[in-house]
Design a binder for this molecule. Sequence first.
Ligand code: PLP
Length: 453
Amino acid sequence: MTPSDAAGLKALDRDHYLHPFTDFKALGDEGSRLITAADGIYIEDDGGRRFLDAMAGLWCVNLGYGRQELVDAASRQLQQLPYYNSFFKTTNPPAAELAETLCGLAPDHINRVFFTGSGSEANDTALRMVRRYWALEGQPEKQWIIGRDNAYHGSTVAGMSLGGMAPMQAQGGPCVPGITHIRQPYWFDEGRDMSPEAFGKVCADALEARIQALGPDKVAAFIAEPVQGAGGAIIPPESYWPAIKEVLSRHDILLVVDEVICGFGRLGEWFGSVHYDLAPDLMSVAKGLSSGYLPIGGVLVGDRVARTLIDDGGEFHHGFTYSGHPTCAAVALENLRLMAAEGVVEQVRRVTGPYLAKHWKALERHPLIGEARSLGLIGALEIVADKAAGTHFDKTLKAGETCREICFEFGLVMRSVGDTMIISPPLVITEAQIDELIALATAALDETARRLQ
Ligand code: PLP
């Protein structure tokens, strides 16, 4: 691409394209970064500059870029049957096969799936299923859904309402009623006056307290990610999930686990719920299901909820034009086949996850880093002004954003959430490429420290 082609495209983009999660005015004359190609774990811009994509796009390109098998699967399906809907007693071969494959990968008590086009739609669907379930069970007053502060469950109105992102909720009018949020298990920022184990239990106590305040017979479900992704790769203390599970089961409250990031190998198991032994009633999935090559999501439904919806429910008045989209389903099927054939999940659990953990943790020695945490192939670095006290920089200095931009200068894509730097690389990253990632991150941190002085 010539520089003038690129400049022309950036001008079109700036003048006409309203980007997600972007301050439109801030694009300025320079415009957006123009990404034109990708291969493996690297992306390339219009000037031919290569970046190690330590975010796998948006936590989704699990098999990496440029997989011809996925292109071929899409191409075959586009020629055979590009689209048909799944409404009114109709199906198509890839959707039916994908449903069976997904249920085979999920924990034993999960045997049904409802397809959507995205993670947000999956969480909308989960919300409707949960409320419908309790209505059919003769307990329509069980309506409240409890989520967590700083959780991300998508950008539709229901996704935004289930999530606990304050800036999102401050825009766009009232949220869906009947949703409330409790504190997040973010030990580094909120719990360092006690041990992680004690803090995990304090967070579960907050769930118990909220249930008591609402009335246990009015609470339908708790929704959470196994590890909070967009909130800052927040890995809960080991005590957290067992304590949460105990509270939910004592009050007969459904557990909806948002696996949109953690699903499909990110934590070294097919699902984050398996890593933490969560036995969820519903699991929302998307992203890694197709390695992001085509948009597809879904809700995996446990037997308890499925039985009631099917046996007592009649028609479920809910669905999307692209539910069970044959081409997206064909790509997802091929993606899962490749992941299984290449042992990608085992590789994360046994090799690259532990390898990353060891080298990532070493970044804690950097003067700018207060904590380096990781699990499987998700990780975070806490940028701090005072290492001993663990205090962040003044917000106006935008330390995280500064580091993110420096990463780009050094050829690395890391995301910043406030002053937390995040990685979630393609699951096919090798040990040598992890070394490269760490070297680039170290150089970027050195430069960030210099500029923040
Ligand atoms: N849930 C989680 C945990 C996510 O991280 C995301 C997206 O980042 C979503 C839901 C929403 O998915 P989508 O953007 O496909 O609607």
